[in-house]
Design a protein around this ligand. Structure first.
Ligand code: H76
Length: 453
């Protein structure tokens, strides 16, 4: 073990009530909303085919013109309750909102900058409105905060000289004050999702990331912090120089998921975040983004995929500049939520099913260590049938199709069963397995010689 001052705070996953609550959520709603939602990927009549929230950098927009967008941020059609309703429709249990993205614009009236929602025509504290609306519906609220800040004069990507060090020290002080302010103004926040921490400047200041985690945890009991915040004494990120996870859960899965057979990820808490279009987090009005929206059942597949490996799935929404949700995204939320309404018992509160091999046709999930096991069928085999290969010592007493009733199945061997799928039903089928102990010859599973290498 290397001696670290600013490494991981613990070796094992947190087991306190706040962490268990977060872990049980499994489905969250991510929201990217800021000045970039107004131009929505188009500048001077041209679509800029890149993530909409990067528009000021990619289109090299002069700072004054970007800031002038604040005058048009009138909230003509913003209603926090309607956003929260889409989260309810989705079946989300938590919501993570961009309090400040890379352009530095803040959704709350920060005392530490003028560049915030309080200085737009409405002057409203939309963050307070969101916290209230979501919590009123029983949905936990998390804050996204970008440490990277393109606007702040003291931000540095690298630290080349004394001037850079001094400036960046002032920047870190500013960001710390903003975070203290968020914790103080919105004490019911359940966690923080840090971004923009990959630059050399932040990596050279691991102490600050450690201090942020400590400060937030001192002020907000139970608060949950993502690994992306953190760097250690040597600039190692997410995982410290001793291989221990920093923060409370691994947040590196962005627009990608672990391989479904990679059971090694199940030993940690983690979360994947995902866009609905191919590659924009902020609302992008162009065909480039709008032609790539994911099918709701492919999103369901990803939710099941994450749950089966003990991870949460954070699905992003990009509301429009006037404050309204994109109708297409709201419709997708409704479709995913319809599926969760029937099948949510295989997702919420569920996780990795120890001892169950990845089945190829979908995923196994389990409620707790000993609760129900579910088979979620996201890829119907050409035969229209799936094989259920049970761990050694188990037998199958029955199966139940969620949203329906007991379902027929066939025994092929002691621990192998076959199910002919009803392919007339829309969306992935889920079976709850009624397991029984295998009598007598409870066999040890033999190693497969083909995979011994
Ligand atoms: C790069 C980058 C950022 N990280 C994602 C979660 C979005 O916020 C994107 O802009």
């Amino acid at each position: 073990m290397i001696e670290l001052k600013y490494g991981a705070c613990r070796a094992e996953p947190r087991q306190d009530a706040s962490m268990q609550r977060f872990r049980g959520h499994r489905v969250g709603q991510f929201i990217h909303w800021g000045l970039y939602s107004l131009p929505a990927g188009r500048w001077e009549g041209e679509d800029v085919e890149f993530a909409a929230e990067f528009l000021p950098r990619v289109a090299k927009i002069p700072q004054r013109r970007w800031e002038a967008l604040a005058n048009d941020f009138t909230l003509a059609d913003f209603d926090a309750g309607r956003w929260a309703d889409t989260a309810v429709a989705l079946g989300a249990r938590y919501m993570t909102v961009t309090t400040k993205h890379h352009d530095g614009f803040c959704l709350w009236p920060s005392a530490h900058t003028d560049f915030h929602m309080g200085n737009t025509p409405s002057g409203r504290d939309v963050l307070a409105e969101l916290v209230e609306a979501y919590e009123a519906r029983g949905i936990d609220v998390f804050f996204y905060y970008s440490v990277l800040d393109w606007r702040h004069p003291d931000w540095r990507f690298t630290l080349e000289n004394d001037g850079d060090h001094e400036a960046f020290a002032r920047y870190l002080d500013f960001a710390m004050k903003q975070l203290e302010e968020l914790a103080e103004r919105y004490p019911s926040v359940k966690g923080f999702w840090f971004d923009g921490t990959w630059d050399e400047s932040v990596k050279a200041n691991g102490w600050w990331t450690w201090e942020v985690e400590r400060m937030l945890k001192a002020r907000i009991p139970g608060v949950v912090v993502n690994s992306r915040l953190r760097a250690d004494d040597f600039g190692a990120r997410h995982v410290d120089s001793n291989g221990l996870l920093m923060g409370d859960y691994e947040s590196g899965y962005e627009r990608r998921l672990p391989e479904p057979w990679d059971h090694s990820v199940a030993g940690r808490d983690w979360e994947a975040c995902m866009t609905i279009p191919q590659a924009s987090w902020g609302y992008h009005q162009g065909q480039w983004a709008q032609s790539t929206l994911k099918h709701p059942f492919d999103i369901v597949d990803m939710i099941a995929h994450c749950t089966s490996l003990g991870g949460n799935f954070l699905l992003n929404f990009g509301p429009r500049g006037d404050g309204s949700m994109q109708p297409a995204e709201a419709a997708i939320a409704g479709k995913v939520g319809e599926w969760l309404g029937v099948n949510g018992e295989a997702i919420h509160g569920c996780g990795f099913a120890e001892g169950w091999d990845y089945p190829g046709w979908g995923y196994f999930t389990r409620h707790g260590a000993t609760g129900d096991v579910f088979a979620i069928v996201t890829r119907v085999p050409a035969s229209g049938r799936i094989r259920l290969q049970l761990p050694a010592g188990h037998s199958l007493a029955g199966i139940r199709l969620l949203g329906s009733d007991a379902y027929p199945f066939k025994r092929l061997a002691d621990t192998v069963f076959e199910v002919e799928l009803d392919t007339s039903r829309a969306g992935p089928l889920v079976f709850a397995l009624d397991l029984a102990a295998l009598d007598g010859s409870a066999s040890l599973k033999e190693p497969n010689p083909d995979v011994l290498n």
